[in-house]
Design a protein. Structure first.
Lengths: 132, 210
């Protein structure tokens, strides 16, 4: 009986160890980023020099409500990022839900050395309602 | 002694592998018979990029003469492309930056949206990318000429109302040597393939521009 308990405990510990290996907590965000954003903003988040603004080290990310609205509705006209002006049409992403946009933002906020706060769903959802 | 011989044989086999093969020349080849000193010899004629005439971002007429004795990279895009183009442009920038000091390397990007991408639109696009129009030409032309030359570069391009942006095309980057032979077509949406392209460019440069 004791042996059985020991084995169960051991299995449980092993499971825990394997779960630790899964280091990226923003998996869905990453998958959505690859599908919807990466063509333009690139795998390294540096985008295309002069044409498309970077997400890696971008000061624009501080306003996550605005970022959520741009992801959903796209952007036309000027945008100022890290003191540089960009102007290249970004397409809308009307299919993405508030949850998906939240996941994308939290992936971006923690990728490529970005160290920005975790943004909860309700903040993004409210921001998206404002820009409907 | 016996083992020594085996080791020798094996190392010989591996030595044989290290020799790099030459890059192929793409396309159909013709065999032309001609007389040399009274004997008939068969000459191989390789596919070559034919003469062309387009207008670049500075509204200058650009022909094949500009690319004479140059190695160049050719691709197809359009400025309002919402899909693969930005990815390919990021890779073209890699090439542009690596050979910044090499006057033997040029780039040419053909717009397949011949209605919207006027030289003025291309100029704006080039200014945003901050590229030198002497080294990287963004060109437009008649629809027939652009789609015709795409075939010569082995690139698929077509108008397609069902595709995002209205056009469908491959993100291929084409390597053309100084004899106007196509030496490789690489997927410009795959950074690893572009790394191979950069290596292949170095090989052609070492061979043709000593």
């Amino acid at each position: 009986m004791i042996r059985f308990q020991l084995i169960t405990l051991l299995m449980f510990m092993l499971l825990l160890v394997f779960m630790q290996c899964d280091t990226n907590p923003y998996k869905q965000g990453l998958a959505l980023y690859e599908q919807n954003c990466q063509n333009c903003h690139q795998e390294d988040g540096k985008a295309v020099r002069g044409l498309i603004p970077p997400l890696a080290g971008s000061d624009y990310l501080l306003n996550s409500g605005q970022v959520a609205c741009i992801i959903r509705h796209g952007l036309e006209g000027d945008i100022l990022v890290n003191g540089k002006r960009y102007n290249h049409k970004m397409p809308e992403n009307k299919k993405l839900t508030a949850t998906q946009i939240t996941n994308i933002i939290n992936y971006i906020n923690h990728a490529w050395g970005n160290d920005l706060p975790y943004i909860p769903y309700n903040i993004i959802d409210e921001a998206l309602k404002e820009c409907e | 002694m016996k083992y020594g011989l085996i080791v020798l044989c094996i190392s010989l086999v591996f030595l044989g592998c290290t020799q790099e093969e030459e890059l192929p020349i793409y396309g159909n080849r013709d065999y032309v018979k001609k007389e040399v000193n009274g004997k008939t010899v068969v000459d191989t004629v390789f596919h070559k990029i034919p003469p062309f005439s387009f207008t670049n971002q500075d509204s200058l007429v650009i022909t094949e003469a500009l690319f004479k004795d140059k190695l160049y990279i050719s691709d197809f895009f359009f400025t309002s492309c919402p899909t693969i183009c930005p990815k390919v442009k990021a890779q073209m920038l890699r090439i542009y930056e690596k050979y910044a000091d090499n006057p033997n390397v040029l780039l040419i990007s053909h717009s397949i949206d011949t209605k919207y991408d006027t030289p003025a639109v291309l100029k704006k696009f080039a200014d945003k990318l901050d590229i030198d129009s002497k080294r990287w030409h963004l060109v437009t032309g008649t629809k027939d000429d652009i789609y015709g030359i795409a075939k010569q570069y082995f690139i698929a391009a077509a108008e397609d109302p069902n595709s995002p942006g209205g056009y469908t095309h491959s993100g291929g980057l084409v390597l053309i040597d100084k004899r106007k032979h196509v030496r490789g077509v690489y997927d410009g949406t795959e950074p690893d393939e572009v790394t191979t392209l950069l290596k292949d460019m170095d090989r052609v440069l070492a061979k043709q521009f000593k």
